[in-house]
Design a binder for this molecule. Structure first.
Ligand code: ADP
Length: 781
């Protein structure tokens, strides 16, 4: 829009135009007078009239212009004023103007919303009606009165924090700035106010969430976390008594986990409720559980009976609120608060509490999940324990009759038999031995599965340990027309520390498989040093055969439990598929690994490593428990006739075992003194001297370990040196340890091999004879 001309411009233009037209008029009249066409007098009158006409025209123009321009200006000013008003009304911030006496002159819509007053209610009222008269708010009046002169007209900077008072009395956090302006020669102050309560609310909310998260994080369980969590919520919302109820899913009741109060008089209520348990629908928490929604009571007095109600009223707590803790559809518990009064819960409050309740709910669910996991783990462990106990006891139960079968078969085979009878009996023997191997594998596997297998760490001589096994392998290979070779590197130190029996077991299994799956060619066992430090050594072993081999897709699977290459092999070669699993787990326990290379039709090589320790040869000491080896035919005559006819005390309760032992011992003309339990064994030892004791570990009344302890104590006292050989159906490592600790010199696992037993008896008697002990057997006497 073009701007109207200014007064100065109009004056100048008017003067210029009037002067110009005057000059032109006068010049034309002068010409006419000179030409004599007009009289001078008339010309003068015409000039004056011309001037008057010009004046009249200019004046009219002036007047018309004046009215036009000022009208336009006024309309413009009016529009601007309207626009300004609209802007002020539409402003998001409250804008209030007041005069130098602090009387409110204008009050926009945002101010009405913020303070709850209509403009009519506050116009002319002092500004202090809206701003709380605290130390800081006096600043406004002070600043206004002092009329602080500032260049920009600003008397109070923005972002100054104050409190405002709402019409209903509650305080509002506000931020304000005051500016000064001159209006119609008067000072007017403009106050722009911003509502901070939402921002502060959000800040409080963040703080509360942070505190709750911190308490939950630092606590082991809900009971530990609850008081601090309740305190954080209670303080934030000015609710002085809080209780946290957790659902007990097993009993289907709500149990109070903890209570918190900062009111001394609130304690009886906490004490009474903290022991309570509520069923669904019972009390405020029970109602929350029933309806899956919050419950609020503004006057406890008007409620029908509620648990703790009277105690709450006595403590001046007249209102209560309870909120559910839920995740999805799953109800987990309730948070309950009491206060002197609680305003009706508005959506803002519920929205604020929601994230906090979610935090607690997630904590509860995590703990529930952990507890469920723990229970499942315990159940699995218990099941696994039960399984291995079952396997162990079954193996014991099977071993006992096997003891009888193997022993009696061996005895029968030693006597005169027809060809057919011998053949049948040998089948019985092989079947019993297979059964025994299976039982032993099952037992080992059960222990490995239950992680109950512990390894020994004892000094042993590697070559001497393996010697009997190597001999057996050679004999077995020869029987199948195979060649067996063992190459044990000279670099391997003579004495090592580790578990000799378990190392033997790995090698026996690998060579046993090689023998089983090879029809012709050779089997080579090699043992080398893979790496070594001063203290430790890693042995690398390999068992190479020229047997049927293993398909490449089965090379990993054969180490899994009960896995065999295919069923046709199973039919042909038998086996359980446990041997390699046990070998690989044992090797892992020895910090090593096992793997295989194989070409079907050409043969396989099983490699393994085991970590052991190196040690110096120990000084000669107490005999260690002998390892299983090959025993000569037990029916052949003893190497030394002095080792027959001794007096041997045998503690054994099973009649079949007694019969077998009797037959074995009688083969050497030993004289047997029987005891049916541990107590009787001790008695018999005191009754008369014996040369040797065979002690079953599992005896009624007093077990073999206890009886051995008592007997060896007595033997020291009576100066009657005695050797005790333990017999047990349990092939557990702990049994070996217990035997050694009790003072036994040897230990045999049932079923007893007659040759093995006789060889050990011979060894013991030889030692006793060598020491010059006085023996008590009939021949020695
Ligand atoms: P088992 O021999 O009792 O079946 P193992 O765990 O010792 O159980 O062996 C698993 C399977 O691996 C065997 O059934 C056999 O198929 C295969 N296997 C093991 N050793 C050899 C070998 N030296 N040659 C060929 N196959 C073998």
């Amino acid at each position: 829009m073009s701007r109207p001309l200014s007064t100065l411009h109009l004056v100048l233009i008017s003067v210029l135009l009037v002067s110009l037209f005057c000059a032109i008029g006068r010049y034309l009249l002068h010409l006419l007078v000179q030409q004599g066409r007009l009289e001078a007098e008339i010309a003068r009158w015409l000039a004056i009239s011309w001037l008057g006409l010009l004046g009249l025209l200019t004046g009219s123009f002036w007047l018309i212009n004046h009215f036009l321009v000022s009208g336009r200006l006024m309309a413009l000013a009016e529009r601007e004023t309207q626009r300004g008003r609209k802007i002020v009304e539409a402003a998001a911030d409250a804008i209030i103007t007041f005069d130098s006496l602090g009387r409110i002159e204008s009050f926009n819509a945002a101010a009405s919303r913020l303070f709850g007053y209509s403009p009519q209610e506050v116009l002319g009222q002092p500004i202090s009606k809206l701003i709380v008269a605290e130390e800081s708010s006096n600043q406004v009046e002070a600043l206004v009165q002092e009329e602080v002169p500032t260049g920009s007209g600003r008397v109070l900077p923005d972002n100054t924090l104050f409190k405002g008072r709402h019409k209903d009395g509650h305080l509002i956090a506000i931020e304000l700035g005051v500016s000064k302006m001159i209006d119609e020669d008067r000072k007017v102050f403009v106050q722009i106010i911003r509502d901070l309560s939402e921002r502060q609310q959000a800040e409080k909310q963040r703080q509360l969430q942070y505190e709750v998260a911190l308490h939950l994080n630092n606590a082991r369980d809900l009971r530990e976390a609850s008081p601090a969590v309740l305190q954080a919520i209670g303080r934030a919302l000015a609710w002085p008594v809080g209780l946290l109820w957790e659902l007990d899913t097993a009993q289907n009741v709500l149990r109070c986990q903890a209570g918190w109060t900062n009111l001394e008089r609130g304690r009886p209520l906490i004490e009474s409720l903290s022991k309570a348990q509520l069923y669904i629908g019972e009390g405020l928490p029970g109602r929350v559980w029933l309806h899956h929604n919050y419950r609020w009571i503004d006057r406890l007095e008007s409620e029908p009976s509620l648990p703790g109600q009277q105690l709450a009223i006595n403590a001046g707590l007249h209102a209560a609120i309870a909120l559910p803790m839920e995740l999805g559809q799953q109800f987990l518990g309730v948070v309950e608060f009491y206060a002197p009064q609680i305003p009706p819960p508005n959506p803002a409050l519920l929205n604020n509490l929601y994230p906090v309740l979610m935090q607690i709910s997630q904590f509860i669910r995590r703990r529930w999940d952990e507890a469920a996991l723990r229970r499942a783990k315990e159940a699995a462990e218990a099941a696994s324990k039960a399984k291995s106990e079952f396997i162990s006891s079954i193996s014991h139960e099977v071993r006992t009759p096997l003891h009888g079968i193997i022993g009696l078969t061996e005895i029968l085979l030693a006597g005169p038999l027809s060809e057919k009878q011998r053949e049948y009996l040998q089948l019985v023997q092989t079947s019993s031995e297979m059964l025994l191997r299976l039982i032993n594998d099952m037992l080992d596997f059960g222990k490995l599965e239950a992680a109950r297998m512990t390894l020994e760490a004892v000094p042993f001589e590697l070559r001497k340990t393996l010697e009997p096994n190597l001999k057996t392998f050679a004999v077995q290979a020869e029987q199948k027309g195979l060649v067996f070779r063992a190459e044990i590197s000279e670099e391997i130190p003579a004495w090592l520390i580790g578990d000799p029996l378990r190392l033997q077991q790995v090698i026996v299994n690998l060579v046993g498989n090689a023998l089983k799956f090879t029809a012709q060619g050779e089997i080579v066992l090699t043992l080398n040093v893979a790496s070594r430090t001063e203290q430790a050594i890693v042995l690398r072993g390999a068992v190479r055969d020229t047997g049927i081999g293993i398909p490449s897709d089965q090379l990993d699977a054969i180490f899994d439990a009960f896995r065999q290459v295919d069923s046709s092999r199973t039919r042909k070669y038998g086996g359980t598929g446990l041997g390699l699993t046990i070998a690989s787990r044992l090797v892992n326990l020895m910090k090593g690994r096992i793997w295989v290379e194989s070409t079907p039709g050409q043969g396989s090589t099983f490699h393994f490593t085991v970590g052991l320790h190196v040690c110096d040869p120990p000084a000669p000491q107490k005999e260690t428990i002998p390892t299983l080896g090959e025993f000569p035919n037990w029916t052949s005559p003893p190497p030394n006739p002095l080792l027959t006819g001794k007096r041997i005390l045998v503690a054994e309760d099973n009649p079949v075992n007694r019969m077998v032992l009797q037959l074995i011992l009688e083969s050497r003309q030993h004289q047997v003194v029987w005891a049916k339990n541990g107590l009787e064994a001790v008695q018999r030892f005191h009754d008369s001297p014996v040369d040797l004791i065979l002690m079953d570990l599992q005896l009624p009344e007093m077990d073999g370990i206890e009886a051995t302890r008592l007997i060896l104590k007595a033997s020291e006292r009576l100066q009657r040196p005695t050797c005790v050989i333990g017999l047990t159906a349990h092939a557990e490592d702990e049994d070996r340890r217990r035997c050694l600790e009790a003072g036994m010199t040897h230990f045999l696992i049932k079923p007893i091999q007659p040759a093995e037993l006789l060889q050990i008896i011979d060894e013991v008697l030889t030692t006793l004879v060598g020491r010059g002990n006085q023996l008590h057997g009939s021949l020695a006497n």
